[in-house]
Design a binder for this molecule. Sequence first.
Ligand code: CU
Length: 87
Amino acid sequence: MQTATIIIKNGYQPTEVHFQAQQPAQIIFQQEDSSPCLNEVQSTALQFKVQLAVGDTKTVTIDTSQPGEYEFACGMNMFHGKVVIDS
Ligand SMILES: [Cu+2]
C-alpha cells in the first residue's frame, strides 16, 4: 500500500503527492485547521468528499488505474492540491 499524509493547515501540506500507477494508494488527511473553509476536502476527479473537524484523521482510497494529474480542493474550491499518478 502506498500512503501519503497531507496535513490540513492554512491549506494542504504538501500540496502535491505522487503515487505509482496500478498500485493501491491511500491519502491520510490530518485536520489541524479550524476554519470552516477547510472542513471539507473533495475531488470530483478522484470521487471523494470528506468532512473533517479539528483533530480528525480520515483516509481516502485513490484509484491509481489511470496515470495523470488529479486535483482536490476545499469545499469552496479555494485551496487546492494535486495527486499525480505516475505511469
Ligand atoms: Cu474553502
